[in-house]
Design a protein around this ligand. Structure first.
Ligand SMILES: O=C([O-])CC(=O)C(=O)O
Ligand SMILES: [Mg+2]
Length: 202
């Protein structure tokens, strides 16, 4: 991955990426629990089986600064694997954010930590320390309909989430930056009262 790719990606308006691609868009059921967030970082993945909290502990230890933790609950939308303690631990590791294909808990404390957490909603039911064997860290996972490999790039803001391979992200970057650069002039023409017939291509 080019060292500037992440920085350049975070300069793009993420909905602009949606003008150019059809794949990589996480289900809009998964949204930020905090307002005014924008994250870009490589995925550390964890597949959690049978609401076992131990897997999350292993995943937290695998995080490096700038990583985004992507949690696949295997369809369990009842047990929250992320809350005040896990968010504080992820933040202490320097994580850029956490994405749960499932629910989160301790939402008021989560908002206070400032760590961007994306989830399908919230729950009071949490995972438990079960020491099972079905969970795994840094394996391919599914998140909101998108297959996620460790190291894929997670882009998230208040609109939602896009998860792309570094190659796919690099390919769309130039087009998205050019589109963003062109948009202010179009908006200025619209707000200046220029006839829409001369602006919109029909
Ligand atoms: O333990 C859990 O499953 C989540 C939680 O409450 C926390 O991280 O504080
Ligand atoms: Mg808690």
């Amino acid at each position: 991955m080019s060292p500037t790719l992440l920085q350049d990606l975070s300069d793009v308006s993420y909905p602009t990426v949606g003008h150019f691609l059809e794949d990589g868009f996480v289900s809009p059921a998964i949204q930020s629990l905090l307002a005014n967030v924008k994250i870009a970082g490589p995925a550390v993945t964890v597949r959690i089986a049978d609401h076992d909290a131990i897997a999350m502990n292993h995943a937290l230890l695998a995080l490096r600064p700038g990583d985004v933790l992507v949690v696949d609950m295997g369809g369990d939308h009842q047990h929250a694997p992320v809350g005040a303690v896990t968010a504080a631990a992820a933040l202490a590791q320097g994580a850029a954010g956490v994405v749960v294909d499932g629910v989160a808990t301790d939402v008021l404390e989560l908002r206070e930590t400032g760590l961007p957490v994306f989830a399908r909603g919230t729950s009071c039911l949490t995972t438990k320390r079960l020491f099972g064997t079905g969970s795994a860290v840094n394996v391919p996972v599914h998140c909101g309909g998108v297959e996620v490999n460790p190291g894929d790039l997670v882009l998230g803001d208040d609109n939602g989430l896009i998860i792309l391979s570094p190659e796919a992200a690099g390919n769309v970057l130039g087009k998205a930056l050019a589109s963003d650069a062109a948009e202010p002039a179009i908006l200025a023409r619209i707000t200046s009262g220029e006839p829409l017939e001369s602006i919109l291509a029909l």
